[in-house]
Design a protein around this ligand. Structure first.
Ligand code: GUN
Ligand code: FE
Length: 465
């Protein structure tokens, strides 16, 4: 056991302010106190009472950041469990003409795959990924799971940008070997694609202080046949890597999968039979699942990335989120850039609440017996999903997601006096946090801390802050 004196001597900085976190799905805590951080970036004390006595006994070398007199407070850094890095500039449009709006499959073919083809150019990749990382930071995302493209050097640029920006990320090259673009320029045989993963593994995963981790990503079943899934799963499992993909997002996609692989069972069953349904797998969307599939997912411990903005804007459907949560499924939130356009996780949290409200209201209005019973998402759950819930999906819940001793200090400092909140915020901290959840944006993110470090919000000099 360390003595108190020893712990106190390891403290290098102390944050004094209002703090909020959701240490459990149904528990939202706000406390006024102090969080003490050691030189390794980990939280060593969380002080909720006798604050003055604690502050008095600190050595003069300790840096004290006191925000009690400011309209500011701390939240945990946000965790985005599903986004496509190369689609950053594909946001806020869903067709080639101003009045066109496409659904998933034509959207992939006509807009998204052509955008990803451009990442054969390393310069293009560097340019876009630096913009992406700047926006992620400005919105308070400290951890993200990100798809690259099929390209090795292009995806290496994503690792580099994350490293320079100072975030944590799980990144992978995207495995695609069929049904992509007509010219097959966005397809690689699984062997070639695995060679790229192996190289990225050596270059980044093995070396980068666990801030960069490789994830294995077959895009979805139309692009990767079950036999290749086995090879990809083996590669991941031998190295303890996370695995991720898309599942049951759109009715046309689900029908296509059944057509491509007849007699092999449901979408979920195919993933389960080929190594992509276990506790280290995160499956995105998961809208059209029958009871048997839900049970398979629950029993496997696989995680679900809920992408409410994307589900709405690609007209994919509404995931019965609270139904899944009440069944004990492990869920995180994904911006799904660019199926979803908004990179802000607080905004994605709001989208999740709105979708759950509409789903519950429709069930009540129609009183249809086959409608799954549902309920709105609570504010505590919405915060949990953006923070500790997302961290749990990524297997890093012991490292981040809440203000608890032993975790890294990964946080955002919210300024309630800016942007949409400027004229409505007041001295009531409970109300201010509620308003931030519904109307906050990057203007309210005054600072972002990763492993205790206040990171530069304009790491590539792109926005001039
Ligand atoms: N399914 C396969 N690829 C994609 C993608 O890029 N975005 C979304 N939303 N779904 C997909
Ligand atoms: Fe996606």
């Amino acid at each position: 056991m360390l003595s108190c004196r020893h712990i106190a001597s390891r403290i290098t900085q102390v944050f004094v302010a209002n703090f909020r976190h959701a240490p459990a799905p149904q528990r939202l805590e706000i406390f006024r106190g102090a969080v003490a951080v050691a030189d390794n970036g980990r939280i060593v004390r969380v002080v909720r009472a006798d604050l003055n006595a604690f502050l008095k006994q600190l050595s003069p070398q300790v840096q004290i950041h006191d925000y009690r007199k400011e309209p500011q407070a701390f939240d945990p850094g946000r965790v985005d469990v599903h986004l496509h890095g190369p689609q950053f500039r594909n946001r806020y449009r869903f067709g080639r003409q101003a009045d066109e709006e496409l659904e998933l499959l034509p959207w992939l073919k006509q807009l998204t795959f052509p955008e990803e083809l451009r990442f054969a150019s390393v310069r293009h990749a560097q340019n876009v990924y630096q913009k992406l990382l700047t926006e992620l930071l400005r919105h308070g995302t400290t951890h993200a799971l990100m798809y690259g493209t099929i390209h090795g050097e292009g995806t290496a640029e994503l690792f580099q940008a994350v490293w320079q920006a100072g975030l944590h990320a799980f990144i992978g090259n995207v495995h695609m070997e069929q049904n992509a673009d007509d010219a097959c320029k966005l397809e690689l045989p699984v062997e070639a694609s695995l060679e790229i993963s192996a190289e990225l593994y050596e270059r980044y995963h093995q070396k980068a202080d666990r801030r960069l981790r490789l994830v294995i990503i077959p895009r979805f079943l139309p692009c990767v046949p079950p036999s290749s899934l086995d090879r990809l799963a083996l590669f991941a499992d031998e190295r303890g890597l996370l695995k991720t993909s898309h599942i049951s997002e759109n009715p046309g996609e689900v029908a296509w999968v059944q057509e491509l692989y007849p007699h092999q069972g449901t979408y979920t069953q195919i993933y389960a039979d080929h190594g992509f349904l276990d506790a280290r797998t995160i499956q995105a969307h998961a809208i059209y699942l029958d009871e048997k599939e839900l049970k398979l997912i629950a029993d496997s411990g696989a995680k679900i990335a809920h992408c409410p903005g994307s589900n709405t804007w690609l007209n994919s459907g509404v995931m019965p989120l609270t139904h899944y949560l009440d069944r004990g499924l492990s869920v995180g939130l994904g911006s799904d850039i660019s199926g979803g356009s908004d990179i802000s996780m607080p905004l994605v949290g709001r989208q999740a609440r709105e979708a759950a409200k509409l789903y519950a209201a429709l069930g009540r209005q129609w009183k249809r017996s086959e409608q799954a019973e549902s309920r709105p998402l609570t504010p505590a759950e919405a915060l949990y999903l953006q923070t500790l819930g997302g961290a749990t999906c990524l297997g890093i819940e012991a490292e981040t997601g809440s203000f608890e001793v032993g975790k890294f200090f990964n946080a955002i400092r919210i300024d309630f006096s800016k942007g949409n909140l400027q004229l409505v915020s007041d001295g009531d901290i409970e109300s201010n946090f509620q308003r931030f959840d519904l109307a906050g944006d990057s203007r309210n993110v005054a600072a972002v801390y990763v492993n205790g470090q206040n990171v530069n919000l304009d790491p590539f000099g792109l926005v001039g802050v």
